[in-house]
Each structure stands twice: as structure tokens, then as C-alpha cells.
Design a protein. Sequence first.
Length: 239
Amino acid sequence: VTGASRGIGRGIAHRLARQGYGLTITSRTESDLVALAAGLIACGAPQVVYRAANMANPDELGDLVGVHGATFGTMDALIVNAGVGTAGSIGEFDLGRLDRLIGVNFTAGFVLMQGSLPLLRAAAAADRDRGAKIVALSSITGVYSEPELAAYGATKAALLSLVETLNLEESGNGVTASAVAPAFVNTDMTAYVADRVPADTMITVDDVVSVVDMLLGLSRHASITRVVMARSGTTGYCA
Ligand SMILES: NC(=O)c1ccc[n+]([C@@H]2O[C@H](COP(=O)([O-])OP(=O)(O)OC[C@H]3O[C@@H](n4cnc5c(N)ncnc54)[C@H](OP(=O)(O)O)[C@@H]3O)[C@@H](O)[C@H]2O)c1
């Protein structure tokens, strides 16, 4: 689980721990991961491996997959969750920020999927019913454009495309992929809009975790490429 230390990733890690998954967790801050690992073990995870890594640095990602493989041998599920949200109009957007956004939100997901495929294929070969799963956190802004979120939305649209192609290439062999594309979820990431979108009107972390849980429970014979989650009380075409 990437981006496991806070928000949606933390919620997913806890749900998986309660279900008895062994977990590899990552984010940038090792002290957060140490504390989280202890909490996940207390929740029921039989084994938790942690490794701090910056998703902006592809060189750190191979090591992450290597640590998981050395510990568990296969990978039942890859949760591509870490992401950053940066708002700004196209006219004013800083190109250095654009590079970082693409790196964390898209390139890291691509590199992790590519690096994890041998472990995912091994898990799929071992489980003829369930196969192996990839779930990526996209965003409703990758489906419906939103002013000020052009760069962020484009990275999330790219993830949707990546997941679709992965299904075309791998689902016949049991590795299926899904993208979850929510509107605003009540986490640290959305604190910047709290003055115009009250936190108690946002999708909850638990809602997103329940969708991920449903996707992970499917057999290898069904692939749901995307789940778009709107906020109640909106048109459904906005964050
Ligand atoms: N919240 C929303 O409204 C919303 C809506 C749609 C989609 N999403 C997507 O859902 C995912 C999770 O969002 P969230 O709301 O849970 O975010 P969050 O609360 O801000 O948590 C982000 C997580 O990603 C990690 N992270 C951030 N930058 C990183 C980097 N460069 N390298 C490694 N880890 C990094 C953070 O840990 P460190 O900072 O310690 O590294 C943290 O664990 C993201 O992909 C986001 O785009 C969120």
C-alpha cells in the first residue's frame, strides 16, 4: 500500500490488516510507518514490512518491490494510492510542479505496476479463483475536468488509461486492475477547500475503503476498470 501513512491509504491498510493480509507499507516518513506498522499488527496483520520511499524518485521504487518480494514471495494486491494534489490554472502553472505531479501521481504508479507484475502473476497462478489485483486511486477530476485542476486531473486521467491497458494485457492471466475515482474525500489533501466544501459533506475515507474492499473481493473472472464516486448533493460531474 503506497501513501499508507495518512488518509485513504491508512484506511485501506487497516481494512486489509483486519482481513489478515501481510502488508508492505510505504510513504516518505519512516517514523509514521513504524507507528502504523505496530497498529496494523495489533489489528490482525500477520506481518508488516515498511520502507520509506519518495514516489517522485523512481530509483527508490524497485527497492520497495524487492523488499516485498523478499518477504512475501508473491503479491496478492498492489494498492497504488500515494498522490499529491496541486491546484493552479494552466496559464500560471509552474512547470517544476508539473514534473513532480506527473512523477508522483503517474510515473510512480507505472513503475510500481511494471515492477510488481512478476509477483502479481505468481500470486494469480497460485490462486485460480481470485487471481491478483491492482487498485489505483484516480480521481473524478480525471473523468470530468475541473478548473484549476488541469494538471492534477490529467495525471489521474492517465492512471485510468493505464489501468484499462493493464486489464487488456494481463486480465486473461488473472491480474486485474481497477481505478477508483472519487470526488472530494475528507482527508488532509482537501483541507484547502474546507472553506467552500464543508468536510462533513465530503465522501468519507471509509466509503472509499469499502469500494476498494469490494474490488479486491472479486474473482479473476470480473474486472471493473473504474468506479466513479460522486459527492451526494452535487451534479456528480465535479469534485
Ligand atoms: N482526498 C481526496 O479528495 C481525493 C479525491 C480523489 C482522489 N484522491 C487520491 O487518493 C489518494 C490518497 O489521497 P489522500 O486524500 O488520502 O491524501 P493524503 O491524506 O494527503 O495522504 C497522502 C499519502 O501519500 C503519501 N505521499 C505523498 N506524497 C508522497 C511522495 N512524494 N512519496 C511517497 N508518498 C507520498 C503521504 O505520506 P508522506 O507525506 O508522509 O509521504 C500520505 O501517506 C491520492 O492519490 C489522491 O490523489 C484523493
